[in-house]
Design a protein around this ligand. Structure first.
Ligand code: ZN
Ligand code: FE
Length: 254
């Protein structure tokens, strides 16, 4: 239904090339650099229709201009970031969508990491491209938005079908997992996941995509309801947002 190729680039970024086989249409999510994208397109004989940016940070848009020049693709990004992302052709806001063949990719506004951050979601393909909003066992840092904004954005992801494949833009899983274990050491699912993740990383394998289901079981930023987590923070019975805010602050200095 959707052919997704994951390119590890720079220190720990992922670029996703997504190809809809029936129409033959192809998009790339957050191209930091051009060379591996162009190599993949050439090798598969795919032509690039869209660049889909999640936010304006350089490690997500670095190849915008070069790829547009070489392939003639169109660039889609948040309306909020129109002035600070180079080459934007299509400005998007919540509920808009980009069509890849017959497959709509729906825009979810996800401010917090940055104010103009958006995610691309396909219900049909059960795939979420969430940039730097949600990570495996973690979430994005607050560069521009408030904890409340990011928390609200994450609630939207939490409500997606549990089997949704989550394609986040960085391989931060192992370090996030150490923090998760610190705040919820008794979580058995978390312990098991970390055993697996440590093995994968030892072999330099990717831990992405994750799923909403896996995050509900192991990601502290999805688990404000956990009594053990509340006890660790000494915040029993406090609001989900208050606990999230405390966790985000704690993670910043981890
Ligand atoms: Zn970022
Ligand atoms: Fe990033």
């Amino acid at each position: 239904m959707l052919n997704i190729i994951q390119l590890p680039v720079l220190e720990n970024n992922y670029i996703f090339i997504i190809h809809e086989p029936e129409s033959g249409e192809t998009a790339v999510v957050d191209p930091a650099i051009a060379a591996p994208v162009l190599a993949t397109l050439r090798q598969r004989q795919w032509s690039l229709k869209y660049i889909l940016n999640t936010h304006h940070h350089w490690d997500h848009i670095g190849a915008n201009v070069e790829l547009k020049q070489v392939t003639g693709c169109q660039i889609a990004a948040s309306a909020f970031d129109q002035q600070r992302i180079p080459g934007v052709d299509i400005s998007l806001k919540e509920g808009d969508y980009v069509m890849l063949g017959a497959l709509p990719l729906v825009i979810i506004d996800t401010p917090g990491h940055t104010l103009g951050h958006i995610a691309y979601y396909s219900a049909k393909a059960s795939a979420l491209f969430c940039g730097d909003t949600l990570f495996a066992m973690g979430c994005g840092r607050l560069f521009e938005g408030s904890a409340e904004q990011l928390w609200r954005s994450l609630q939207k992801f939490k409500a997606l079908p549990k089997n949704t494949q989550v394609y986040c833009a960085h391989e931060y899983t192992q370090n996030n997992g150490y923090f998760a274990l610190r705040v919820e050491p008794g979580n058995l699912s978390l312990q098991q996941r970390m055993t697996q993740v440590n093995k994968q990383r030892q072999q330099h394998l990717t831990t992405i995509p994750t799923t909403i289901n896996a995050e509900l079981a192991t990601n502290p930023f999805f688990r404000e309801d956990s009594i053990a987590l509340q006890q660790y923070l000494n915040m029993q019975g406090k609001s989900s947002l208050a606990i999230f805010t405390a966790l985000r602050r704690l993670k910043d200095s981890f």
